[in-house]
Write a protein that binds this ligand. Structure first.
Ligand code: PGA
Length: 252
């Protein structure tokens, strides 16, 4: 199984900061052979840092996009704009998009379809809120989000996707899902893929964990069944801690 560590910088780092981070990261990763690393900076840094990533193992992703190809959508960014900024991937359905910007499953689905149509690989985020976990609705929430996202996708399209399980209550809070909680959710997701497609597609689907991943909990989590890597927010903002997490995954 591929191992992946992705950085979600959210609304952090201007061009100079992005450049300095990436310049150091690329040098730090010279001995990384097996782990795919993805950087998702703000839109403004994409093209600029892509120059540093041309030869190395690091791929570039965006944090969001619009589902239309072009038009009167002030402030929005299209998939082809991302591609022309040398992006290969795009995070879709992040909980901050769902819950702060009120993106529905329907909107997220349109974005996933457009990303695939234009040749961007979606990193599709799912995860429950704390009140949903307390009400024992975690499985239902994940299943609904999964079904909405993957409806009608062909095997070929699905094999281009990455799924990130990010319990909302663990994002940016310092709380992490226990290995048992994460493993349960990841195995549920893998089963959903298996039911819709087949065992081969399910076993090859990278399922990342996200939510307060740090260098001091990465080892325990990466050794957990069904966790194929991480989507890292806070700890991806410092090149030292992000490099440390990548090394832990690489040495697994
Ligand atoms: P966090 O964010 O690592 O800061 O919890 C993860 C994410 O939102 O992708």
């Amino acid at each position: 199984m591929r191992k992946i560590v992705a950085a979600n910088w959210k609304m952090n780092k201007d061009i100079k900061e992005s450049f300095e981070f990436t310049d150091t990261l690329v040098k730090n990763l010279l001995n990384i052979k097996q782990t795919e690393v993805i950087l998702c900076p703000p839109y403004t840094s994409l093209f600029y840092i892509s120059e540093l990533l041309k030869t190395g193992p690091v791929a570039l992703g965006a944090q969001n996009m619009h589902f239309e190809k072009s038009g009167a959508f002030t402030g929005e960014i299209s998939g082809s704009m991302l591609k022309s900024s040398n992006c290969e991937l795009v995070i879709l359905g992040h909980s901050e998009r769902r819950h702060v910007f009120n993106e529905s499953d329907k909107t997220i689905k349109k974005k996933i379809d457009e990303a695939l149509a234009i040749g961007l690989k979606p990193i599709i985020c799912v995860g429950e809120k704390i009140e949903e976990r307390k009400a024992e609705k975690t499985s239902q929430v994940i299943e609904n989000q999964y079904n909405a996202a993957f409806a009608g996708l062909t095997e070929e399209q699905t094999s281009k996707c990455i799924i990130a399980y990010e319990p909302v209550w663990a994002i940016g809070t310092g709380l992490t899902a226990t290995p048992e909680q994460a493993s349960e959710a990841h195995s549920l997701i893998r089963n959903l893929v298996k039911q819709q497609y087949n065992e081969n597609i399910a076993n090859n689907m990278p399922i990342l964990y996200g939510g307060s991943v740090k260098a001091n909990n990465a080892e325990e989590l990466i050794n957990t069944k069904h966790i194929d890597g991480f989507l890292v927010g806070g700890a991806s903002l410092k090149v030292e801690s992000f490099t440390e997490i990548i090394q832990i995954v690489e040495n697994k």
